[in-house]
Design a protein around this ligand. Structure first.
Ligand code: PDD
Length: 295
């Protein structure tokens, strides 16, 4: 079964899918992306990801390449053609192809839309059992982290430092000494009093994770206290529990931060509970937050 990619309206064998060398996504990272988890044949939190895609595109003045409803049909066609039930759907929209020039092409050119689908397993018991180390690194990124830009060099370098140090994720620290988020995830801790803490998404210091928003809503629904405030690595070292959240890593329990063991180095009770709540939510696509919602 060959993998199929989507490039500007065409479904193409993955290995021969191409875009032009003067695509602005390639030359300037002038584009936006989304990663949507496909679990049991359903695109999870599709509406949240499409809302964020539209918002990010709007923030940098790129038009949606097609109406949302048509994009949703193409997303489903990708799932159908790849015959994958579990994985990650990658969607990228760039400003399009134009001779290299910093300013926007005028008149505007057609945005480039690319999608790929990759198989992935979501073995939840195994994931829960695999708490992983994280390290901290300086956050060297640009200031509009609310925009899901394809300009990811800061994150690429952070993640490589983590890998070099045997860690699964890098938590980035801003110039004031506070953790912003992971290289490709949001960062959470549970303090000594059992309070769940994560950095606020206001002020654009972090990406407003779709998984984060789902967890936030679940906390509200379940009466779990959530404090949105920034925290330092020093505070995180003393946390009872810590985890990261993202569409593909879901909830990743953290075993240590910069070598400081968190709890007993395994998933803690609050993280475990949130994981169950999140999975119940994620595996129930009839919930209104996730529903097929063509506009
Ligand atoms: N990354 N923060 C950053 C910097 C991210 O790159 C991501 C996701 C998140 C979590 O967002 P969400 O819950 O919507 O996935 C937070 C994706 C998975 C990636 O780049 O592959």
């Amino acid at each position: 079964m060959p993998r199929i990619a989507y490039v500007n309206g065409r479904y193409i064998p993955h290995q021969s899918a191409q875009i032009h060398i003067e695509d602005r996504g390639f030359q300037f990272a002038d584009g936006i992306y989304e990663v949507v988890a496909l679990m049991d044949g359903e695109l999870r939190d599709e509406v949240g990801h499409l809302d964020r895609l539209e918002r990010s595109l709007g923030e940098i003045g790129i038009a949606m390449p097609m109406p949302r409803r048509v994009l949703q049909i193409a997303m489903r066609e990708m799932v159908r053609r790849n015959r994958i039930k579990n994985g990650a759907l990658y969607i990228q929209v760039s400003r399009g192809i134009a001779a290299r020039d910093f300013k926007f092409p005028s008149p505007a050119v057609r945005p480039t839309l690319v999608m790929t689908l990759r198989h992935m397993t979501f073995d939840i018991p195994a994931r829960k059992a695999a708490a992983k180390p994280v390290i901290t690194v300086p956050d060297i990124r640009w200031k509009r982290r609310d925009i899901k830009s394809t300009a990811l060099l800061g994150q690429v370098l952070a993640k490589q430092i983590a890998v070099n140090e045997g860690a699964a994720e890098a938590w980035m620290v801003d110039d004031d000494g506070f953790i912003t988020e992971g290289a490709s995830s949001n960062a959470w801790i549970i303090d000594a009093k059992g309070r769940l803490i994560t950095r606020p998404a206001a002020h654009n210091a972090i990406l407003k994770g779709v998984t984060r928003s789902a967890l936030q809503a679940l906390c509200k629904q379940e009466g779990i206290e959530l404090v949105e405030r920034a925290f330092t690595p020093k505070e995180a070292y003393k946390a009872r529990e810590a985890f990261t959240s993202s569409a593909t890593a879901l909830i990743m329990p953290v075993s240590s931060i910069d070598g400081h063991k968190i709890g007993n180095g395994k998933i803690g009770p609050v993280t475990d509970k949130l994981y169950d709540l999140y999975m119940e939510y994620a595996m129930n696509p009839s919930r209104k937050e996730q529903k097929w919602n063509p506009r």
